[in-house]
Design a protein around this ligand. Structure first.
Ligand SMILES: Cc1ncc(COP(=O)(O)O)c(C=O)c1O
Length: 365
């Protein structure tokens, strides 16, 4: 007799995070995980330290103060806010609650990997819709809808492509979906988007009872290591998430740091300005060097290479860690997180050398 594993689980190739080290190279530039290169807000760090003195206490399972802070800051109803151990946890909890064996979960072909993994983890069947120009294609998604479809995840903006759908496009998508299909708008990079035609998702959440918006403190707020994400949901979905989440799924120091981060508008503004300046600079620089750089509204760029593996080896030899994209069906690309000024300049210089034949030198070594 052997243990029985839920169907789908063994199809999961465990998520591999961005690499953080290069053997033999001290202090490499980690441009592989879309983190904030300026670090966390000093106010968040102070709040985290202060919370350490109380680490023998269980956290507030309802994250009341933090949810108050999120509601205030983003003008949302507190009852609809549910915090999670990173938005990753919320992606998985939604799959577990609303899809199972025999059900289908849809997403875009180069959508964030956790959509597929969460569908498999729930025992559901993942289905990926082809993209157009490395962007979500609404018609392709709709064409894959069947009576078995239960959830559609849309990364907006999407990682790793950097593309996004406007509020009008998302409204149209929702309008054309059956009401028993949950639309999950994953807006992990919402704070970086500078387009009045964009909405992170709250307007659609409020319009009915079948849309959820996901957000995170891992990106602009620089708290990736603390694992704090949140969902804004209609009351019925918040109720479901509160039933299936762990009672203490977010830690007390994470809640305290996140609340303080929300108050540090100066750090947020600085982070936003830094990202825009160096994303635009790097994009122009690499385009001039002859690379195909995809337009991105996030804190990262997707770049195509003649031989992405060789480029990755070459960049590593220069102490630069990028994200390989094979798991996304984009083996010809590398994803670059916008780093500090020094890191970004070093990367541009390395890629200029690569364009001049540096890749061959690296391969020959
Ligand atoms: C589109 C997208 N959604 C969700 C996440 C997960 O974020 P978190 O750190 O909150 O789990 C990421 C992280 O890279 C992401 O890129």
């Amino acid at each position: 007799m052997t243990l029985k594993i839920r169907p789908g689980v063994m199809e999961i190739a465990p998520y591999v995070g961005g690499e953080a080290a290069i053997p033999g190279i001290a202090n490499p530039a980690k441009l592989s995980s879309n983190e904030n290169p300026l670090g966390a807000s000093p106010k968040a760090i102070a709040a985290f330290r202060e919370a350490a003195a109380e680490m023998h206490r269980y956290p507030d399972g309802g994250a009341e103060k933090l949810r108050d802070g999120i509601a205030r800051r983003f003008g949302l109803e507190k009852t609809g806010i549910v915090c999670g151990n990173g938005s990753d946890e919320l992606i998985a909890l939604l799959a577990r609650a609303y899809a199972g064996p025999g059900d289908e979960v849809l997403f875009s072909a180069h959508g964030f990997l956790m959509y597929r993994l969460s569908a498999l983890g729930a025992g559901a069947t993942p289905k990926a819709a082809p993209e157009k120009n490395y962007a979500t294609d609404m018609e392709a998604l709709l064409a894959l809808v069947t009576p078995a479809t239960r959830i559609i995840y849309v990364g907006n903006p999407n990682n790793p492509t950097g593309s996004y759908m406007t509020a009008a496009q998302l409204r149209e998508l929702r309008r054309r979906l059956r009401s028993d299909i949950l639309l999950v708008i994953d807006a992990a990079y919402a704070e970086f988007v500078d387009d009045p035609g964009y909405n992170a998702g709250e307007e659609l959440v409020r319009a009915g009872d079948n849309v959820v918006m996901l957000r995170t403190f891992s990106k602009i707020f620089g708290l990736a290591g603390l694992r704090l994400g949140w969902a804004f949901c209609p009351p019925s979905i918040a109720d479901v998430l509160n039933r299936i989440r762990g009672p203490f799924n977010t830690s007390a120091p994470a809640q305290a740091a996140a609340l303080a981060a929300l108050d540090d508008r100066e750090h947020e503004t600085k982070s936003l300005a830094h990202n825009k300046k160096w994303r635009d600079w790097l994009s122009a620089e690499l385009t001039n060097q002859g690379y195909r750089v995809h337009p991105s509204v996030g804190n990262f760029l997707l770049v195509e290479f003649a031989d992405a593996d060789a480029a990755d080896r070459f960049l590593k030899s220069r102490g630069l860690i990028l994200r390989k994209m094979g798991a996304y069906g984009l083996g010809h690309c590398l994803r670059i997180t916008i780093g500090t000024e020094a890191e970004t300049r070093a990367l541009a210089a390395a890629l200029a050398d690569l364009a001049k034949g540096g890749a061959k030198m690296a391969a020959a070594r």
